[in-house]
Design a protein around this ligand. Structure first.
Ligand code: GAL
Length: 453
């Protein structure tokens, strides 16, 4: 017993990271556009080497070529996100038909090539015009998101049935508004952040409602959340229980990254008690009916998993790591067993099928003298992680699919183009693409539905 027969194998991307075309065909500006371009005054470097997503992989103009490569790589599913301001330049109000046309054509091209489109509504490229109105802190922000969701669902739901509302609110709030190293590069206080998380949860819920009410094809709705669970230090019952507990627990320093903070309200219709204990009166203001919207049923729990969530030990090492252990070029620990424990714990707690909406690694790839990209670390990473995911499936965890991050090298947020996560190598000087060796191995794995691992 291993992966289910209809397992979704594929890869993922996000609009800002690969599209480029940042002013093309009536597109409005988002916070990443604005902040990555505002370094000209030389005041502050937001992104390593002051890079921007203005051109990125120029996927906006090259999507047909890219889809041809995806087909060659044997991808059957492709998760991508919609750039909100391509569709609604000001975030709300006037619709940009050319933006809609781009995504509609993209979906057609995917389907023509036998690839199922999975759509993420929001992967961090927040409309600048709405940001100026207070963004996620504005009490109307969830209605803005619902308006945007309705436009996209109207345009694509006759061909798209998998929907993810938001990608990693943990990260876009945690890094964007708390740590200040992602757009809009702010450092806010908890009372603002807590209300913001509530507004994002409401936005998620309202989008679920819109999708269910308006979709033409019967929809499968979820989200793509960040943060893996803790892995137990050994297989004992005590350690397993302790790791489970630590996975969902949080304190005032790390709640933004905890599934207990974010997912409990969606699945249980109320905030985790711990929130009331530690934040008291700072807890979000909840209007009547909010929790009902937030907890509208979803069809799957999408989770992006890179490395196991770690707890710092007293000697300063994150739990489960050791001196000299394998690390990716993001310096993230290679912890394959997280693809066993994360789906297992999430399934145990929330009871819906799990979709691995991202997993992968940054690696120092380059084109060899023979014109190929040899990336044995990525091949090894994929094999190790997928074996663990298969073990979870064999142990009865309902796993819907696995989407590798990423389909191609792209703009890695504050790290710019330095970090290569792709199955396809991109030479940014020429926009030439080269399929990496690992993609061919991944193809074999997908074709055998994980048997040949
Ligand atoms: C995720 C994010 C992606 C990608 C990846 C690798 O947090 O959703 O956009 O950047 O990490 O860092």
């Amino acid at each position: 017993m291993a992966f289910r027969k209809d397992f979704l194998w594929g890869a993922a991307s996000a609009a800002y990271q690969l599209e480029g075309g940042y002013r093309a065909d009536g597109k409005g500006l988002n916070i990443w556009d604005v902040f990555t371009n505002c370094h000209s005054a030389g005041i502050k470097k937001f992104v390593r080497y002051n890079e921007t997503g203005n051109e990125a992989c120029d996927h906006y103009h090259r999507y047909k070529e890219d889809i041809a490569l995806m087909k060659k790589m044997g991808l059957k599913n492709y998760r991508f996100s919609i750039n909100w301001t391509r569709v609604l330049p000001d975030g709300i109000g006037k619709v940009n038909e050319q933006g809609i046309k781009f995504y509609s054509d993209l979906v057609d091209e995917l389907i023509k090539n036998g690839i199922t489109p999975l759509v993420t509504l929001f992967h961090w490229d927040y409309p600048y015009e709405l940001y100026k109105k207070g963004g996620w802190l504005n009490p109307e922000s969830s209605d803005w998101f619902a308006e945007y969701a309705a436009v996209v669902v109207d345009a694509l739901s006759d061909r798209v049935s998998y929907w993810m509302t938001v990608n990693e609110p943990q990260v876009f709030i945690g890094l964007g508004f708390y740590a200040g190293n992602h757009a809009p590069f702010l450092k806010l206080h908890s009372c603002d952040l807590l209300q913001m998380t509530h507004n994002v949860l409401l936005a998620h819920g309202k989008a679920v409602k819109v999708i269910r009410e308006k979709a033409k094809l019967s929809p499968r709705v979820g989200f793509a959340f960040a943060t893996a669970c803790c892995s137990p230090l050994d297989n004992s019952k005590e350690e397993t229980e302790a790791a489970y507990k630590r996975s969902f627990d949080f304190d005032c320093g790390n709640y933004l990254f905890s599934p207990g903070w974010w997912a409990d309200p969606i699945f249980f219709g109320k905030y985790n008690e711990k929130g009331y204990e530690i934040f008291g009166n700072d807890m979000p203001h909840i209007n009547e009916g909010d929790m009902e919207i937030i907890s509208l049923p979803v069809d799957f729990y999408g989770v992006n998993v890179y490395d196991a969530k770690s707890i710092m030990t007293i000697d300063g090492y994150p739990e489960g790591t050791y001196t000299g252990m394998p690390r990716t070029s993001m310096n993230w620990a290679v912890t394959p067993e997280t693809l066993y424990w994360t789906p297992r714990f999430l399934y145990e707690r929330y009871g819906v099928p799990i979709m691995i909406t991202e997993n992968g690694l940054a690696n120092n790839d380059w084109v060899s003298l023979d014109g190929k990209v040899h990336d044995p670390q990525r091949t090894d990473f994929i094999e190790r992680y997928l074996k663990e995911l298969r073990r979870a499936a064999s142990d009865g965890v309902d796993i819907l699919g696995y989407l590798h991050w990423s389909v191609m090298d792209n703009f890695e947020w504050a790290d710019g183009y330095d970090r290569r996560f792709g199955l396809i190598y991109v030479d940014y000087r020429t926009q030439e693409r080269t399929i990496k060796d690992s993609a061919f191995r991944y193809k074999e794995i997908m074709e055998s539905n994980g048997e040949r691992l």
